[in-house]
Design a protein around this ligand. Structure first.
Ligand code: COA
Ligand code: NAD
Length: 700
């Protein structure tokens, strides 16, 4: 029997009602699903049954409420009403979970009397990561299973808990043999027979826990979230479960959910949720990826080691080639030590570390790469070195193998041109540390084939990275925009701000670190070398700040030399008299009288610089879409996630402010500097915002 629009059906098997949710691809809990569930549960309640099993068709139980519906008034029935029907059902109801049971999908399961899960399932309440709090009982029913302190940790981190761990915590009652529907139904029927009666979680007592653990969990959650208001509210709601009658607490939770889902931050985070998924796609790309079963890496320095760890973690066999046996052994040792350190810290199981080590074959012979499906180089950032290497690889690699480069700035078309197979060449630009940072710029060079691009994207997914596709350009998307941001940060210093003023303005906006602290951390010599390389071709009329060159000339390369934009005598950044003197000299040499620059001016300039370069990157086709730029800056450059990224943030500002910001950027950059059409870039988002406002009020 189909209960609603074919997305939920009820059948009776062996005296049990089986309710199947079938809303591909991930069974998101849309209005139709809620309506279908309510109808089926009410019908099942009227039947003579031993119990009811709810399960999902396809690859998931329920991946969450339908996020697309969150920006508008929610249509009836809402999820709490569906859960009430389950609780009112006279038969025990068991959720049989496979794939994902997240957010509203886990709240639905918590509304059931029992939960069984496939061993590969994941469960959790990721609402806080979308700027929300759980809205259908998650904060009230979960503490009854796991205690208040654990519930605070789970709700406030949005952690996705694997089923075996969920069993240990008490989030599920039993594991099924597999995620096959028959196994799930059997496990659910067994659980119902064993329990034999209803067990509404809302009626269970909250286990009395140690108040110190609760306080510790709450402080940790607030610290990690940098005090986001929804996290503070989620903590209060979980605590309420032990203090207030359930009905009252559920109403408070629902009211908080309804408020947060229409806040600016929630719209921004939903924008990112969909932008992250869109960024994995290339419009019109039809090619199927080829399988990568063996990867080659050339260069085992900072990046090579991190990339190697990422590949091993994904279960990929890696042959890592270094220049000679000494550098080969050094790289292999550092990688092994990093794995041992993870074991010592309890982050990795010892047998898993051994398995990863066994996947690595260190080598000093290029010919060992002959059978690899993909070879990625992370050797020195030097065009001649990369060209020579690609020429060699071209003679060694099997036909159809992909040649990838991790270059940060170099022209991949020029590198590809030395091979006889430019169609197999692609950029894979990882960020440091490569095993931690999620962003991976996949660079589509002039001749890159669709197949190579599809394979690179599929590898990114396998590595758990967030890919963004870029075209060849100096610095691709991220480094190019970041260079403009850093350039304007330096202009601001020349005009009168101090490095501390600029860094404070950046962190006040929400950046993880300011541009000068970042420069000192990664080393000022890298950008210095690049500037020296570009010196001959630089437009002599373009504004150029000499201060960073002067710092490098005096040996101040950043933290590693004990000083850069700051002094680090005691390891902490302190303002430096040497730097102040260099800045004053530079201003005097150009006849600049320093002016007071406010925090607002600094923020507007830095963000304006990002927007201007973003518009150019879009106009030139280096990035496919505005959302890709938001994803790049958030995942690779510490741009605050809760703003939705720079372009989404800008679309929230009044047009007049953006105009003033762009005028300030153009004035500071001087005549001849490229100006992007920021207004054109923002126009579709301004239109989307008008729609949002209409939907919020239910007018659309
Ligand atoms: N609401 C609406 N759409 C959703 C969704 C949700 N809760 N969860 C996933 N989708 C959509 C995605 O946008 C994507 O659509 P697209 O193909 O048009 O891009 C599609 O479902 C597949 O999702 P994707 O993330 O690409 O698949 P995956 O197999 O890599 O991951 C999940 C599956 C379930 C792990 C992942 O989608 C996920 O984490 N979903 C969100 C869970 C969540 O936050 N739920 C809480 C909501 S209260
Ligand atoms: P690195 O100097 O730490 O490592 C380079 C390694 O390559 C060295 O171990 C060296 O021995 C090896 N090598 C050099 N030539 C070789 C050859 N012909 N054959 C085999 N091995 C060779 O440099 P890195 O920081 O790891 O950077 C590597 C690449 O990654 C560069 O192109 C860089 O621009 C890019 N990159 C670096 C970062 C970063 O933050 N460091 C970030 C993204 C991309």
């Amino acid at each position: 029997m189909n209960c609603d629009e074919n997305v939920v059906r009820l059948e009776v098997r062996n005296g049990f009602g089986i309710v199947t949710i079938d809303n591909p691809p991930v069974n998101a809990g849309s209005t139709a699903v809620r309506r279908g569930l309510l109808t089926c549960i009410v019908k099942a309640s009227e039947m003579d049954l031993q119990g009811v099993v709810i399960l999902g068709a396809g690859r998931s139980f329920v991946a969450g409420s339908d996020i697309k519906e969150f920006g508008a008034p929610l249509a009836a029935p809402e999820l709490p009403q569906v859960i009430k029907a389950i609780e009112d059902c006279p038969h025990p109801v068991c959720a049989a979970i496979h794939g994902a049971s997240l957010g509203g999908g886990f709240e639905l399961a918590l509304g059931c009397d029992l939960r069984v899960a496939a061993p590969s399932a994941v469960l959790g309440l990721p609402e806080v990561t979308l700027g929300l709090v759980p809205g259908a009982g998650g904060t009230q029913r979960l503490p009854r299973l796991v205690g208040v302190a654990e519930a605070i940790s789970l709700v406030c981190s949005g952690q996705r808990v694997p089923a075996p761990e969920a069993l240990t915590l008490g989030m599920v009652d039993a594991l099924a043999n597999s995620s096959a529907a028959e196994d799930l139904i059997t496990a659910a029927q067994d659980a119902i027979r064993t329990a034999s009666h209803k067990r509404k979680l809302r009626d269970l007592p909250v286990p009395s826990g140690d108040p110190k653990s609760t306080d510790a969990a709450a402080s940790k959650a607030l610290r990690r979230s940098k005090g986001r208001p929804n996290v503070a509210e989620a903590i209060a709601l979980v605590k309420l479960s032990a203090q207030s009658p359930t009905d009252h607490a559920l109403l408070k939770e629902r009211a908080a959910f309804q408020t947060f889902r229409l806040e600016e931050e929630a719209f921004a985070l939903r924008h990112l949720f969909f932008a992250e998924r869109a960024a994995m796609r290339v419009d019109g790309l039809q090619a199927m990826p080829s399988e990568i079963t063996h990867v080659g890496l050339v260069g085992g320095g900072t990046m090579g080691q991190g990339i190697c760890r990422a590949m091993l973690a994904a279960g990929l066999p890696v042959t890592l080639v270094e220049r000679d046996t000494e550098t080969r052994d050094k790289a292999a040792n550092v990688i092994a030590q990093a794995l041992d350190a993870s074991v010592a810290k309890g982050r990795l199981a010892a047998d898993e570390a051994e398995q990863r080590k066994a996947l690595l074959t260190p080598s000093a012979e290029m010919s060992d790469l002959a059978t690899c499906d993909l070879v990625l180089e992370a050797v020195f950032e030097d065009m001649a070195v990369k060209k020579e290497l690609f020429h060699t690889l071209d003679t060694i690699l099997k036909s159809g193998a992909i040649l990838a480069t991790n270059t940060s700035y170099l022209d991949i078309d020029e590198i590809a041109a030395v091979t006889s197979r430019a169609e197999d060449v692609v950029g894979l630009h990882f960020f440091s540390p490569a095993d931690i940072m999620k962003l991976l710029e996949v660079v589509r060079a002039k001749d890159t084939s669709d197949g190579a691009l599809a394979t690179a994207l599929s590898l990114a997914k396998k590595l758990g990275k967030q890919p963004v596709v870029a075209r060849v350009a100096e610095g691709f998307i991220g480094n190019r925009i970041y260079a403009a941001y850093r350039r304007h940060a330096e202009f601001l210093i020349e005009e009168g701000a101090s490095p501390q003023d600029v860094d404070a303005a950046a962190t006040d906006f929400g950046f993880a670190m300011g541009p000068f602290a970042v420069g000192d951390m990664s080393g000022l010599d890298i950008a210095w070398n690049m500037r020296k390389r570009q010196a001959a071709t630089r437009d002599p009329s373009a504004r150029y700040v000499e201060i960073p060159d002067k710092l490098c000339e005096s040996g101040r390369f950043g933290r590693k030399t004990g000083g850069g934009w700051y002094d680090y005598d005691d390891g902490k950044p302190r303002s430096s008299e040497v730097v102040s003197a260099i800045i004053n000299q530079a201003r005097a040499a150009k006849g600049i009288t320093p002016r007071a620059v406010s925090m607002q001016d600094i923020q507007d300039r830095l963000l304006g610089a990002i927007l201007n370069e973003a518009a150019l990157v879009l106009e030139e086709g280096v990035a496919q879409r505005a959302g890709d730029i938001d994803v790049t800056l958030v995942h690779g450059y510490g741009f605050p996630r809760w703003t939705g990224g720079p372009i989404w943030w800008a679309s929230e500002q009044p047009a007049e402010r953006i105009k003033t910001m762009m005028a300030a950027v153009a004035k500071a950059a001087g005549p001849g500097a490229l100006t992007g059409t920021v207004q054109d870039m923002l126009a579709p988002l301004w239109a989307e915002r008008e729609e949002i406002e209409k939907r919020k009020s239910g007018d659309a």
